[in-house]
Design a protein around this ligand. Structure first.
Ligand SMILES: [Zn+2]
Length: 88
């Protein structure tokens, strides 16, 4: 395996770990958390993440809100992605 193949493989493994963390991690204080699941804690460690791992791209649009966005809806100000509390 040459260096380029190794780099590609490492990027794929990193993307797979991140994907598992996004899919199975919980949400608290504005970011992803492991909820005590040891495999997620191991993955967080490999990725160099701490809890909560901030993920602004899936945080509620409402300024100051740290909850995870769970719905999208059209508003007077444009399309918004918010938590259930700030939905309409
Ligand atoms: Zn919110």
């Amino acid at each position: 395996m040459n260096t380029l193949d190794e780099i590609i493989k490492m990027a794929q493994l990193t993307a797979a770990l991140e994907g598992m963390c996004y899919q199975y991690g919980g949400w608290a204080n504005g970011g992803l958390v492991c909820n005590g699941m040891s495999d997620l804690e191991y993955a967080f460690g490999i990725l160099g993440w701490t809890e909560p791992h901030p993920v602004p791209s899936i945080r509620c649009d409402e300024p100051g809100c740290k909850k995870q966005r769970v719905c999208g809806w059209p508003s007077d100000k444009g399309y918004r992605n918010t938590c259930s509390e700030h939905h309409k």
